[in-house]
Each structure stands twice: as C-alpha cells, then as structure tokens.
Design a protein around this ligand. Sequence first.
Ligand SMILES: [Zn+2]
Length: 136
Amino acid sequence: MGYDKPLPILSDENRPFWEACARGELRLQRCDACANVYFPPRPFCPACACRQVSVFKASGKGKLYSYVINHRPAAPGFTPPYAIAVVELDEGPRMMSNIIDCPQTPEALELDMKLEVAFEKLDDKITLPLFRPAKG
Ligand SMILES: [Zn+2]
C-alpha cells in the first residue's frame, strides 16, 4: 500500500528519535547542564550549547497549543480540511503534528485540550507521532 504524504528524512541526529517512535516511545532530550528539555533532537542544547545531553522517554501527554485548519490540498496525501497542530508536551517542548480521532473543526479542536500521543506506522523506518484527545 502506497503512502504519498511527504516522509521525514532520516539523519544521524534524528534516527534514534524515529527508531524510538517505531517502538512506541516518544523521546526528548534534556540538557545535563541547564535542564532545558528540547525538540527536535540535536547533539547540543539550543539554550546553552552544552553537548552533555540525555535522552529520555516522554510521557506522550500534552495539550493543544495552537493549530490552523488547512482547507487547501497543499500537500499530497492530506485530504482537506485537516488541522496542522502545535502540541505543547507536558515536558515543555512543542512539536508540529496532526490531531486524529477528532473532527477537524474549530468546535472540536479546543485550545488547551488534553492530548496523548498515538503512533501511526508508515513503513519499516517511519512511525509518525500523532496526537488524539486524551481519554478520561
Ligand atoms: Zn542547556
């Protein structure tokens, strides 16, 4: 089955992140010097440039920070309308994602609504971290 959405490009810096997603883990990095938690993965802290950083498994929980609803068929594989969301993780970093299991409407997509990660396996290399409304 073909998948025609644009896929992330794997690099040495982000490969461990995608390998963790394939195992159902959302991974973040934390600076050992200043405790800054950041995303996307990189070998040094974006706040203080320290290279002593640790990888840890995130809770996978967050909230809807902002979104736009795209009504135009801008990217192949996405059927409009769909929301391009910015999710603020409980650990602090924000990441772009899509919200699933939820109507793609302003009525359903409430800012600050609680979300949890849901992994969508695309192929052997890429499993996308998407978000859905948290249960309970
Ligand atoms: Zn730092």
